[in-house]
Write a protein that binds this ligand. Structure first.
Ligand code: G3I
Length: 366
């Protein structure tokens, strides 16, 4: 037993883990193994292992990965036509996940953002039509999902289709195709890989109007036998929102959909401005970053993470995966909000210990 402990500590150190982690060998994936998988969104430097410390930390702590940017339409398919794809980085991402035995997520097929303009424009003097845009969507989904069939286990098929009031966002997809673009996207993805989990993914869906909108949308798709098989709640939080009560109410309501729930993009913005603006819309990020990090930020961050995980654990039977949107604060799209469990030197923050402690408490209560 003793020699096992020493060899584990040595292995952790060899992987670049901190002395802190070696003293307390609990990792996220081991602490939560009875409840849900623990995932992280990767950037290219991590999955190519150019960031050696980052890659080692990912392997040590997580058993699922998401691609932060390399599978967005703009990255994968920048130009029109069969030669318009660029699979290099996405292939490396999937290879990294496979090599490390991880549950691999694809993000994202149909989104209003990071989609090139050509997708919605006619060729030459031809006006664009619904049929042409649908055909482009189908080609993209069949090509991309088909390429990673059986290897990518879950796809964010449609991303952020709703407004804050729960109505459909007037996105370029909606305008070009009409409301059934959502059903079509799921049908094409299912055609390409009948075994993949197909998720609808959105942010701030704890809030009641948007929560009701998601539930109505999913129920409508289910009534039409559309092959939706997962719900993604991004959960870009701040220090007070969502509250435990709001999150609990939302997860209780989502359970009625009888779909596995994934927390897909978890982070907690601790910057002053981040307390006002909760939107995950990329265009609004500039308004939500900057300014000083709130006082005693580490403690407040730890408290909010503990509160969120208490609720996730309460709902663990319906939650299959919790994914952080980035590894360290330095990698984060909200880096000024120091929103993650590891600091820029790959060291666990008090929030990491708080999250592990919630898993331990849940284990003791069993
Ligand atoms: O790749 C270029 C690089 O070549 C260039 O030097 C650099 C200069 O700014 O920009 C790089 O691209 C940026 C990319 O992130 C990689 O860092 C884009 O400009 C920037 O727009 C992009 O932001 C991403 C954003 O989505 C838009 O795609 C964020 O990293 C990513 O965290 C964020 O993630 C979204 C989810 O996909 C959906 N839900 C909300 C979430 C947060 O907005």
């Amino acid at each position: 037993m003793k020699s096992m402990r020493y060899s584990l500590a040595a292995a952790l150190l060899a992987l670049g883990a901190t002395a802190n982690a070696a003293d307390s060998p609990a990792t996220l994936k081991s602490a939560f193994q009875d409840y849900f998988m623990m995932g992280v969104a990767l950037n290219q430097r991590q999955f190519t292992e150019q960031d050696t410390n980052g890659a080692a930390l990912v392997k040590l702590q997580f058993n699922s990965v998401s691609p932060e940017n390399v599978m967005k339409w703009q990255s994968l398919h920048p130009r029109l036509g069969p030669d318009g794809y660029n699979f290099g980085p996405a292939d490396r991402y999937v290879e990294f996940g496979e090599k490390n035995g991880m549950f691999i997520v694809g993000h994202t097929l149909v989104w209003h953002s990071q989609t090139p303009r050509w997708v919605f424009e006619g060729e030459g003097t031809n006006a664009i039509t619904r049929e042409v845009v649908l055909q482009r969507m189908r080609d993209h989904i069949l090509t991309v999902v088909g390429r990673y069939k059986g290897r990518i286990k879950a796809w964010d098929v449609v991303n952020e289709a709703l407004n804050e009031d729960g109505s459909l966002r007037p996105s370029p997809w909606y305008r070009a195709i009409g409301e059934d673009y959502i059903a079509k996207a799921f049908e094409y993805a299912h055609e390409a890989d009948p075994d993949a989990e197909l998720r609808y993914n959105d942010y701030s869906i704890e809030n009641e109007p948007k929560r009701n909108g998601v539930i109505a949308l999913v129920k409508k798709l289910q009534a039409q036998n559309v092959p939706i098989s997962g719900l993604g709640s991004q959960t870009h939080a701040n220090l007070t929102q969502p509250s435990a009560e709001l999150l609990d109410a939302a997860l209780t309501a989502f359970a009625g959909l009888r779909l596995p729930i994934s927390i897909t993009e978890l982070d907690v913005n601790a910057s002053q401005r981040g307390q006002r603006n909760q939107s995950a819309d990329v265009s609004q990020n500039a308004q939500a970053v900057g300014g000083d990090v709130v006082d005693a930020a580490n403690q407040k961050l730890a408290d909010q993470y503990a509160s969120l995980f208490r609720v996730f654990l309460k709902h663990h039977r319906n939650i299959k995966l919790v994914t952080f949107w980035g590894l360290t604060d330095r990698d984060s799209w909200r880096r000024f909000g120091t929103p993650l469990l590891f600091d820029g030197a790959w060291k666990p923050k008090p929030a990491f210990d708080a999250v592990i402690a919630e898993a331990m408490k849940a284990g003791d209560a069993k």
